[in-house]
Design a protein around this ligand. Structure first.
Ligand code: PLP
Length: 431
């Protein structure tokens, strides 16, 4: 079978000393292909290097970084465990207890022996959080968006999804997979959304998909106005509150809760992996909507349920943040404090109403350089954010203060940034 020989040789190369030279001209050299693609990525400055961290319970935001030079303690300034709930006693103890009670894995898909009582309790907790009739737990926020938008877009008759231009990759993949019509409206621009809705066939099913807090700019969607126009055109609303759950609203249900709008949004999606500090994704909505996704979404049906301990930990974390404002208040104080210190030093950061502080570098090489030096010389870890995650020329350091950062941590961060700003001859903002 000549068409298989390239594969065979490649396979054999795992055991033998395959040099890559014996393939015929018409056979694909997979190794060369992978390497060339990676080289191109490196050349463009888009190759991702992970910091090898060992989080230490009780020391957040400190972690131990492993590198070729050994280990070193670093202060993490870019975690999405926004409130440190991943190490909170209530979360950790709930997980330990569930492991002791139920063991490690769920043992199956939700349909075939994998539904654990902890999943059921968590779904009740999440439905209550968002004041919806029902909730459905999925393996991640990514899978939740992909499966829910994918299923709705594919199965609603002649559906068109009206998608904010800055929506997350998981929503984009869901829409793509659904093969529904797609209309992209300008980011947070309600007039553009209204125009696009007005242009659409009145008889088709319409879904308006957007986020509350956008993770890279930290800006917040005008949810009330979006619901107004969606209602005017009979569209359902799909809101990703991934960066807002746990963080906003009196019970931590997100921006829609804070603004008293939860009942106007058809479907609220969230994650248990960011402010709740564990892992998992979910959707909430009417009983029929949730049952529909439960019954038709391949990404839900054919995948092993989350370990019971994750559900137990997430449930404890959600419950804790429903009743405690302490973490949110302390976190907000630190956000304010970092912003003030950056302002005092003229270090430019994007102004927004959220907990995300994008410090603007505006150059991919300098952005990476500053991040590298912060880590190597100052023991401060902030991942650089470059194209294609953000537009070229808006390269940045995305800083996320937690309630656990001390005044000394803040002092070290802004002092280091200021020194590196001078070293890179970057412009300062005028106060
Ligand atoms: C992180 C993220 C997701 C995915 O959630 P995970 O639980 O991490 O898979 C979805 N939407 C947005 C806006 C995100 O930033």
């Amino acid at each position: 079978m000549p068409q298989n020989s390239g594969y065979d040789q490649l396979y054999a190369s795992g055991q033998n000393n395959y040099t890559g030279t014996s393939l015929e001209y018409d056979e694909m050299n997979f190794e060369d292909f992978f390497k060339n693609e990676l080289d191109a990525l490196k050349e463009a400055g888009n190759y991702r290097v992970f910091a090898d961290l060992e989080r230490r319970k009780g020391s957040f935001p400190k972690a131990v970084r492993h590198s070729e030079d050994g280990t070193r303690e670093v202060t993490v300034w870019c975690s999405n465990d926004y409130l440190g709930m991943g190490q909170h006693t209530s979360t950790v103890e709930a997980m330990k207890e569930a492991i002791d009670r139920c063991g490690a894995g769920a043992g199956g898909t939700r349909n075939i022996s994998g539904t654990n009582h902890y999943h059921v309790l968590l779904e009740q907790e999440l439905a209550d959080l968002h004041a919806k009739e029902a909730a459905l737990l999925l393996t991640s926020g990514y899978v939740a968006n992909w499966a829910a938008l994918g299923t709705l877009g594919a199965r609603l008759p002649d559906a068109t999804i009206f998608s904010d231009a800055l929506n997350h990759a998981s929503m984009i993949e869901g829409m793509r997979h659904s093969r529904a019509n797609k209309a992209i409206w300008k980011h947070n621009d309600v007039e553009d959304l209204a125009r696009k809705l007005a242009d659409a066939d009145p008889d088709t099913a319409k879904i308006v998909a957007f986020e509350s807090v956008y993770s890279m700019d930290g800006d917040i969607a005008p949810i009330a106005e979006i619901c107004d126009v969606a209602e005017q055109y009979g569209a359902m609303t799909y809101l990703d509150e991934v960066h807002a759950v746990g963080m906003y609203g009196p019970r931590g249900a997100g921006i829609a809760e804070r603004e008293g709008l939860m009942d106007r949004v058809t479907l609220i999606q969230g994650t248990l992996g960011k402010a709740y500090g564990v892992m998992g994704g979910y959707i909430t909505g009417s009983a029929n909507l949730i049952d529909f996704v439960r019954s038709f979404a391949s990404g839900f049906i054919f995948s092993t349920a989350l370990p019971p301990a994750l559900a137990a930990g997430a449930c404890a974390s959600v419950r804790h943040l429903k009743n405690s404002d302490l973490e949110r208040m302390r976190q907000r104080r630190n956000v304010r404090k970092v912003r003030e210190r950056l302002d005092a030093l003229g270090l430019p950061h994007m102004d927004n109403d959220s907990h995300i502080i994008p410090v603007m570098v505006g150059d991919p090489k300098k952005c990476k350089f500053i991040s590298d030096l912060l880590l190597e010389q100052y023991g401060i870890y902030v991942q650089p954010i470059n194209y294609p995650t953000v537009p070229k020329g808006t390269e940045r350091l995305r800083i996320t203060p937690s309630p656990m950062h001390s005044d000394e941590d803040i002092d070290n961060l802004v002092t280091a940034l200021s020194e590196l700003w001078s070293q890179c001859a970057l412009a300062r903002a005028v106060a």
